[in-house]
Design a protein around this ligand. Structure first.
Ligand code: UDP
Ligand code: GAL
Ligand code: MN
Length: 322
């Protein structure tokens, strides 16, 4: 996806000092603290962006929506026939028990998906936080997002929820929330888009639920008992329709606030609350660990046909200030 969808005219909002702001991609000088929202668009965005959308109306359209909204008429395409008796992948699970696709290389035809999303003029917002020392990751993140994304911490939940209400509902269809200490190394496109999606954490895709690093203290709002859980989702890459991301981030933020009042903070911070939310609000798509990988830690196993969004090596001690 080409970056034509960025609204060039978007300026930082007037905010109280010290509060992170939203910027378009065209940042001249990076300030020390940025909360960046990058827009990506599909289809005829200049026309679309002039439309002002009623957030109320969007709510009714987006609820329960799965991927493409309507069966738009495609033009003639020639591609390999899907074979009923030949599974697209034999080595991995490609469908959850609630019939959400699990996105692995080899399971989708990107040309068909591109055509479908293009016909709907889909727009996507990519939120990324770079606070304090993490600004060093921004350049590589943005450069590789240009190349591969749609080819063609604790406060994150609160802020995404806030911005969803105030801006995103009117500006984009989907939101993708990503860590900044990562880079896009291969294609990440419309195949990820769905009402609500999470990504299998690369460290736990082979693990049984009892060993997931869910919050295990019953006192916490993020608590998940050992006999529950589908997958362990990564905090570094999730998203969905603006309405669904708003619900998710609001619920996670509220859970954190309640925990804080009770003097407890979940073991893996926002990731723990995300996991609790996605256990009881099943995602409509699940991304394989191709979409969050750490090659330094995990190498390159043969089931990973592509490593798409990967950790940039960092010195945890030196960089982390929280
Ligand atoms: N972050 C930040 N500044 C910080 C700590 C975190 O901007 O001082 C943001 C950044 O986007 C980062 C994300 O919060 O990618 C999650 O933190 P981190 O990547 O350190 O978590 P890890 O992936 O190591 O669990
Ligand atoms: C680590 C990762 C953390 C957290 C943790 C969960 O590999 O760096 O951010 O996700 O796994 O156990
Ligand atoms: Mn990270």
């Amino acid at each position: 996806m080409s970056p034509v969808g960025r609204r060039g005219g978007w300026r930082p909002r007037e905010e109280s000092p010290g509060k992170p702001k939203c910027f378009s991609l065209h940042l001249g000088i990076l300030p020390l603290t940025v909360f960046l929202l990058v827009f990506f668009g599909y289809g005829f965005l200049s026309q679309r962006s002039q439309k002002s959308r009623d957030p109320g109306a969007v709510t009714s359209v987006d609820v329960g929506e799965l991927d493409v909204r309507e069966a738009a008429a495609l033009s003639r395409m020639v591609y390999a026939q899907p074979k009923t008796l030949t599974p697209s992948r034999e080595d991995v699970l490609v469908l959850t028990p609630w019939l959400a696709p699990i996105i692995w290389e080899g399971t989708f035809n990107i040309d068909i998906l591109n055509e479908q999303f293009r016909l709907q003029n889909t727009t996507i917002g990519l939120t990324v936080f770079a606070i304090k020392k993490y600004v060093v990751f921004l350049k590589l993140f943005l450069e590789t997002a240009e190349q591969h994304f749609m080819d063609v911490s604790m406060h994150r939940m609160e802020m995404i929820s806030d911005f969803s209400e105030r801006r995103f509902l009117q500006e984009v269809d989907y939101l993708v929330c990503a860590d900044v200490d990562m880079k896009f190394q291969d294609h990440v496109g419309v195949e990820i888009l769905s009402a609500l999606f999470g990504t299998l954490h690369p460290g736990f895709y082979k693990s049984s639920r009892g060993s997931f690093t869910y919050e295990r203290r019953p006192k916490s709002q993020a608590y998940i008992p050992r006999d529950e859980g589908d997958f362990y989702y990564a905090g570094g890459f999730f998203g969905g329709s603006v309405v669904e991301v708003h619900r998710l981030t609001k619920a996670c933020h509220q859970a954190m606030v309640e925990d804080k009042a009770n003097g407890i903070e979940a073991v893996w911070h926002d990731e723990s609350y995300l996991n609790k939310y996605l256990l009881y609000h099943k995602p409509t798509k699940v991304l394989s660990p191709e979409y969050v990988w750490d090659q330094q830690l995990l190498g390159w196993p043969s089931i990973m046909k592509k490593l798409r969004y990967v950790a940039v090596p960092k010195n945890h001690q030196a960089i982390r200030n929280r």
